[in-house]
Design a protein around this ligand. Structure first.
Ligand code: SAT
Ligand code: MN
Length: 620
């Protein structure tokens, strides 16, 4: 239990994630737990080079044991990285406050570094390889003086999976070391998976002085290398996640014939036991975690429906040689989910997942050492300490938790984890769902006519922006396959790769588009969302198995009011038709706005897309 005075101390504590400089940090609590350097000669050589560059005072090799995690938390509490939370309410859980200038991914400072600009393509920031190394090397030179370099070996993907990949991250951030321990299979297990191979992603990270002017997230796909400086934020600093598992992996997948996608992966068990796996691509903070952890309405539960989570953010997919069908794994081992808006009603599984052994970042701290965020309870607390460490009351007129505040929790904290989530063989994907946050024009659900049409649908995906990335919130941004910030190579080649995958499949997943966020003229949501999305999911599953009815429309196959179960929803057939309606003029404007990305690709647009566009216009 947290003592009152500990909390009060928090009132006045300034916020920083910058590791201490100057006084030498004793390896303290972590010393002696495990300090054996990597045996792999390729790893050793690379670490030596990085040590020579960064000049850390200490080097600590993470082994991934529970004792180590505890010791790192203790150290983090003593150096101010973490605040211990109420251990009765939230056992094993801690609060971290980031620098207020460092609360989301920094897309404009994220680069693909290749010899030619064409390799990176129009959707990426590009730096020439040598120029990028030369820009970052002086920043890294001596950056870990007075600090500890954490050596963080990790595996992305279930151990033993043919797709699993090893990375080693060298970081001067304790927060990163502990977070990587949750988000990946971290520690000695990675050395065993790597063996003597030189096939590992070299991830070098320093928070420097956490200055946005010196913030660069650089990917060198040809060198299997990532250099990230100036930020401690998840997507910028936990290099196994977006940097490796999406940007570097998508590049490798293109070369090697598999796919790395920004998708959730869920299992749906029907009454009688039929199991269907569905993958879904939604731009950041469009409810992907909620959908992946969906709890069916009571009626469905009684019938025997059950939803289980394989992953909530990233999938790697390949074609099974025996069946010719698409299989998938979740390369991660934890969730890095948005907390605002999450509560027992919107996502009970996420609430349970963050009930223990969780890191909360940038949420509010309650006087009893519990945490709070907007939307956790209807009534805000009378007082708390906000995400910046300042005293807060409802009258403050500011948010107590940052809109992009997050929880970091191990995957198997989720009570609805899928039994196959850790299976090296992965699961077979029956359907792919694309979705965006669109208050107007776009229907609740429709199905692509075929794979090519589905790829076009994914390529033209649009969504209103949210707080997950820095920049303006609420404007429609084209976000192909929800991968715009994560495609590690030329988007033209990425689209072609998607289309070519079909040629090698015997049967392909069916492709759908959903929009949970359509509003009426008064700004009210037309669809209840959350658990009720089960009704749409059931139609998707039935369509994937060739069972449900649909009508042909200009956008694709659509359910009629009777095809999606509305029983118990208090929604009339007419209201459902309004939710599915397509206004021709509005949709013409939509087609024009889809051009935005295609214009950038001018001359490079795959010819199949030109056909798809012509067909769409003809239908409209
Ligand atoms: O990029 S993060 O992984 O930090 C969060 C997200 O946008 O999904
Ligand atoms: Mn994401």
């Amino acid at each position: 239990m947290i003592e009152r005075r500990d909390i009060d101390k928090e009132f006045y504590m300034t916020t920083t994630t910058i590791p201490p400089k100057g006084p030498r940090i004793p390896a303290a609590a972590t010393a002696g737990v495990h300090t054996t350097p990597a045996a792999n000669p390729h790893v050793r050589k690379w670490i030596e080079e990085c040590v020579e560059l960064c000049k850390p005072d200490n080097i600590y090799y993470c082994n991934g044991s529970p004792e180590e995690r505890q010791a790192l938390f203790e150290q983090g509490v003593s150096d101010g990285t973490f605040t211990r939370l109420n251990q009765k309410k939230l056992p094993g859980s801690y609060l971290h406050r980031s620098n207020p200038n460092d609360v989301a991914r920094s897309e404009h400072q994220t680069f693909i570094c290749t010899p030619s600009a064409d390799m990176a393509g129009v959707t990426n920031n590009w730096l020439e390889t040598k120029a990028a190394y030369n820009k970052l090397r002086p920043l890294l030179d001596g950056c870990m003086r007075g600090r500890t370099m954490y050596v963080i070996p990790f595996v992305m993907g279930p151990i033993g999976s043919p797709l699993a990949r090893v990375g080693v991250e060298l970081s001067d951030s304790l927060y990163v070391a502990v977070s990587m321990g949750i988000m990946t299979r971290m520690g000695d297990v990675a050395w065993r998976q790597l063996g003597d191979s030189d096939d590992f992603t070299k991830c070098l990270h320093s928070i420097l002085d956490c200055n946005p002017d010196r913030r660069y997230i650089c990917h060198f796909p040809l060198d299997n290398t990532i250099w990230s400086v100036g930020s401690g934020y998840g997507g910028n600093a936990l290099l196994g996640k977006k940097c490796l598992a999406l940007r570097i992996a998508s590049f490798l997948g293109h070369q090697q014939g598999w796919m790395a996608e920004h998708m959730l992966l869920m299992g749906a068990t029907a009454p009688g036991g039929e199991k269907t796996y569905v993958a879904g691509a939604f731009p950041s903070s469009c409810g992907k975690t909620n959908f992946a952890m969906l709890i069916p309405p009571e009626k469905y539960q009684k019938q025997g429906w059950r939803i289980t989570t394989v992953g909530d953010d990233i999938v790697w997919m390949w074609i099974d040689e025996k069946t010719g069908r698409l299989r998938a794994i979740n390369p991660e081992a934890g969730y890095f989910g948005v907390v605002p808006g999450t509560n027992e009603r919107t996502n009970p599984n996420a609430m349970a997942a963050m009930g223990h052994d969780t890191i909360f970042t940038n949420v509010a701290l309650l006087p009893d050492g519990d945490v709070w965020w907007e939307g956790k309870t209807k009534q805000p607390p009378p007082r708390c300490i906000d995400w910046m460490g300042k005293e807060w009351t409802p009258a403050s007129g500011t948010k107590a938790a940052h809109p992009n505040s997050r929880f970091t929790a191990p995957a198997n904290n989720n009570p609805a984890i899928d039994p196959a989530w850790d299976d090296p063989a992965g699961v077979e994907v029956a359907a792919i769902v694309f979705g965006g946050r669109r208050s107007r024009s776009i229907p609740l659900v429709y199905q692509a006519f075929n794979w090519l049409h589905g790829v076009y649908m994914g390529a033209t995906l649009g969504s209103e922006t949210t707080a997950a990335a820095t920049g303006q919130v609420g404007v429609v941004r084209r976000d192909p396959m929800a991968m715009l910030p994560f495609i590690g190579y030329n988007v033209r080649d990425y689209f072609v790769h998607w289309m070519r995958m079909r040629k090698r499949m015997v049967d392909c997943p069916r492709i759908f588009h959903v929009n949970w966020f359509r509003k009426d003229a008064e700004g009210n949501y037309l669809w209840p969302g959350y658990g009720e999305n089960m009704r749409v999911l059931k139609w998707i599953i039935d369509r994937s198995h060739g069972r449900a009815y649909a009508k042909e429309t200009m956008l694709g196959w659509m359910p009629k009011a009777g095809d999606v179960d509305l029983d118990g929803l208090n929604m009339s057939a007419a209201q459902f038709e309004a939710l599915q309606a397509v206004d021709v003029d509005e949709f013409k404007a939509e087609i024009l706005s889809q051009e935005e990305l295609f214009l950038k690709l001018a001359g490079d647009l795959p010819k199949e897309f030109i056909f798809q566009r012509e067909l769409l216009i003809a239908r409209v």
